[in-house]
Write a protein that binds this ligand. Structure first.
Ligand code: COA
Length: 375
């Protein structure tokens, strides 16, 4: 009888490198690099569209390349009319709606398959635009509001806020969303990006790879944590209650959403930026109490477990202050991470290797077969 030989097994693939990439690097000591650039140096100095170009092309755009990127992103923001019908299906979580609509969208683009595998980035730009449009349309329809079309004179973040909320955003709001989108665009081989790369590694189509990623992002250990962060913040009435609330959760063996990270052993650099943005947004709209609760949670969790907030913690506050309901926190995350997903999918096509690990079998061998009528 053949007995399988033992293979190295690493639970959760912790510290295992499953691909080589030039797109981004997560430094455990609290830094994040996009194609070589430290995000601390990029934030506030580049717009989201520059980050899109950077992650897809490995270099920052010149003026003409940036203008072309902006023009293409705007022109791809419209979704086919017959797909808008799907946005009007009112049941389900917005992440489920997004997954379904992206899947239908794929049916319109099968002609492009060869060109994007050969490195055509136009389809990636289209998907980047479409996620923001679809997320906005889902929100508008769920709330019986008319769908808003983007405006040519607006940048990506401004159009996203406009299509979602239906009102003109001010400079601080646009800047906040632009920075939010920049900070969420890519993050090494996180779980959803890995899922996208696995699907792309079989030479499946770009839509299937993105849908694998959307399904993976939704989980509460990944991008789904943001919605739970908001639940927690709303659960606690004031900063004075935080200590008892967090102690209670930890005593019951519960994890605090928006804290901890697989890679970082120091503070997540994105969280530092998002904390500042959330403080400023909360202050100006009279939600300082929400921010104070968040600060109190950070201090108790750090005292008890020595762990830091991750990207989802203060991002939830930023989106709340921008008027985004909690069910749409993960869809907003997807609207930015689509940049990383598509960049990695294209890199995986170039790599052209099937990702197919193995497993150590722990079941029985030679089990005696019993016919159906004897079982
Ligand atoms: N709350 C309380 N304790 C936490 C924690 C959290 N959010 N995150 C990690 N820990 C503790 C674990 O209980 C574990 O303690 P132990 O060694 O005493 O058992 C230790 O820290 C290591 O955590 P572990 O779950 O093994 O780390 P991981 O690398 O497998 O998981 C996360 C990383 C992100 C999944 C985990 O930190 C988590 O579940 N966080 C909450 C969900 C979240 O915010 N996800 C978004 C990630 S960006």
């Amino acid at each position: 009888m053949f007995m399988s030989s033992e293979k190295v097994y690493v639970r959760g693939l912790r510290d295992v490198a499953a691909c080589e990439t030039k797109i981004s690097f997560v430094d455990p000591y609290g830094a994040l690099y996009y194609s070589g650039y430290d995000i601390d140096r990029l934030i506030g100095r580049v717009c989201f569209e520059e980050v899109v170009y950077l992650l897809l092309n490995g270099k920052l755009p010149n003026k003409k390349q940036l203008e072309d990127t902006k023009r293409t992103l705007f022109s791809e923001m419209k979704i086919p009319n017959n797909l808008l019908r799907l946005c009007s299906i009112n049941r389900g979580h917005p992440m489920e709606n997004l997954r379904t609509i992206m899947s239908s969208l794929g049916e319109y683009d099968s002609d492009f398959e060869d060109s994007y595998r050969a490195g055509n980035k136009k389809l990636a730009l289209k998907l980047i635009s479409q996620v923001a449009t679809i997320v906005s349309a889902i929100y508008r329809v769920k709330n019986n509001k008319e769908i808003i079309l983007p405006k040519k004179e607006y940048g990506f973040a401004e159009n996203f806020l406009f299509m979602f909320r239906g009102k003109i955003a001010d400079k601080e709001e646009i800047d906040a969303l632009d920075r939010y989108l920049t900070l969420h665009a890519d993050h090494g081989l996180n779980a959803s990006t890995f899922a996208a790369r696995v699907t792309a590694s079989t030479m499946s189509d770009i839509y299937s790879a993105v849908i694998s990623a959307i399904g993976t992002l939704r989980g509460i250990l990944h991008g789904g944590a943001g919605e739970r962060v908001m639940n927690m913040l709303l659960d606690v009435d004031n900063p004075e209650e935080v200590e008892a609330y967090i102690q209670g959760m930890l005593c019951n063996g519960k994890k605090i959403m928006g804290f901890g990270h697989r890679i970082y052993i120091k503070e997540d650099p994105r969280s530092r930026h998002l904390r500042k943005i959330s403080k400023s947004l909360c202050s100006r709209i009279g939600k300082r109490d929400l921010y104070n609760k968040a600060r109190a949670i950070q201090s108790v969790v750090h005292k008890e477990r020595k762990i830091y907030p991750n990207v989802d913690f203060y991002a939830a506050l930023v989106l709340n202050a921008l008027g985004v309901p909690k069910e749409f926190i993960t869809p907003f995350f997807a609207s930015s991470r689509i940049v990383g997903w598509t960049s990695h999918i294209l890199e995986q096509y170039r790599e052209a290797v099937l990702i197919r690990p193995t497993s150590n079998y722990r079941g029985a061998y030679g089990t005696k077969f019993v016919p159906l009528d004897k079982r």
